[in-house]
Design a protein around this ligand. Structure first.
Ligand code: GLU
Length: 378
């Protein structure tokens, strides 16, 4: 087993847990399954006590809200499900907040749209907010912002949203709690269906096993779970699909309950650096002085003070090249400012940023987490 990626819950450092609607709500009356949720929260409190960080992605807003608003069973119109999400989300968050508070853990709600994880400028914002919450000891509770997302701009299922969150937050383990305990060679109720415990690579044969969406009450069937697996594994994050039909579902997985592990063969840190260094087209150049180069070589962030010239047209979150006084590329990174703002604050002290730009931005021009140094050839 690799040293660098988590393939058991016990060894993961940062875990995203996705909870499906069917687990959280009683389908007969649309109410929350509080007793079950209590056991899940106990598992999370135990993980936190061991020093593991947990991010929750919970479905259930629409399922909870439709009952409260008296909407009929069956398919809802878009505006009805948006209204249901608005009414349900508040109860969902309240339940998590109450139960986490019993363990003296703060809960913080974040509602994301597709744009927040796909557009780099917004991605940097969401990432640093969630990072700050984790640092402050809170458990982020995430859902899609169903109330404003229209069909074209929504994920629609929380499996892929959770995988995007795992990738964005460099998590090393994603848990999809589902109403099924993993992937089977064919639909589980059919004769000869065999459970698969470990997927080393998501091949077309594995994808074919997923069948069509809709094997569950919630939106995402096995298909969206495999899609989520591709996103997670590609970001160096292992993923496990496990049953949520038991109490203490995370503890159960940890203790070896039947589940399917999708194994990442890299780690989030390496994959993020590879993404920044190789996959993004750089849209501009920052020229830096010798002092800044020295700081970068020591693993520090790039501050505006060390920048001598800004070339190109770029926005916050875009990839840029960083060159030394001889115009040699020394690093690549994601810019925290647009070229216009960067030009205005270059050579300045970080505490002058607010005065120059008129708003309080980030202290760094390129944060060290968003920076990859080039290997020296000479
Ligand atoms: N965001 C939806 C909700 O909270 C659930 C999407 C899904 O089932 O994956 O109701």
């Amino acid at each position: 087993m690799s040293q660098t990626t988590a393939t058991s819950l016990g060894e993961a450092k940062r875990i995203v847990v996705k909870i499906g609607s069917a687990l959280l709500t009683d389908q007969s009356n649309g109410t929350l399954k509080r007793d079950w949720l209590k056991t899940l929260i106990q598992d999370i409190a135990d993980m936190r006590a061991r020093g593991q960080q947990v991010i929750l992605v919970s479905s259930g807003a629409i399922a909870l809200g439709r009952g409260r608003l008296g909407l009929p069973k069956g398919a809802l119109k878009l505006e009805e499900s948006q209204a249901a999400a608005a009414a349900g989300q508040i109860h969902l968050a309240q339940a998590f907040q109450d139960l986490l508070q019993n363990h003296e853990i703060n809960c913080a709600q974040i509602l994301l749209t597709l744009d927040d994880t796909e557009t780099r400028r917004r991605y940097l914002n969401a990432r640093s907010t969630i990072e700050t919450l984790l640092k402050l000891g809170a458990v982020p509770l995430i859902n899609e912002n169903d109330t404003i997302a229209t069909t074209e701009i929504r994920y629609g299922d929380n499996d892929r949203l959770a995988a995007r969150v795992a990738s964005m937050m460099s998590a090393d383990c994603l848990v999809l709690l589902s109403d099924i305990d993993g992937l089977y060679t064919r639909p589980p109720l059919e004769d000869g269906a065999q459970h698969i415990a470990r997927v080393e690579e998501i091949t077309p044969a594995i994808e074919a096993m997923a069948g069509d969406a809709g094997s569950e009450l919630s939106r995402g069937g096995m298909k969206t779970k495999i899609e989520a697996g591709k996103i997670a594994v590609g970001a160096g994050c292992s993923m496990v699909i496990g049953s949520g039909h038991v109490i203490h579902p995370l503890k159960a997985i940890e203790e070896g309950a039947r589940a399917t592990w999708f194994v990442a063969h890299s780690n989030p840190h390496t994959e993020r650096k590879r993404w920044i260094a190789g996959h993004l087209q750089s849209l501009g150049t920052l020229h830096i002085d010798a002092g800044a180069l020295n700081a970068l070589e020591q693993g520090k962030s790039l501050l505006p003070a060390g920048i001598t010239q800004v070339d190109g047209t770029f926005e916050r979150g875009d990839a840029i090249a960083i060159v030394d006084a001889h115009a040699q590329e020394v690093a690549r990174g994601l810019a925290a400012y647009s070229n216009t703002a960067a030009t205005a604050i270059m050579g300045r002290n970080s505490n002058e940023i607010e005065q120059v730009l008129g708003y309080r931005g980030r202290a760094e021009m390129v944060h060290r987490d968003d920076l990859v140094l080039k290997k020296r050839t000479s």
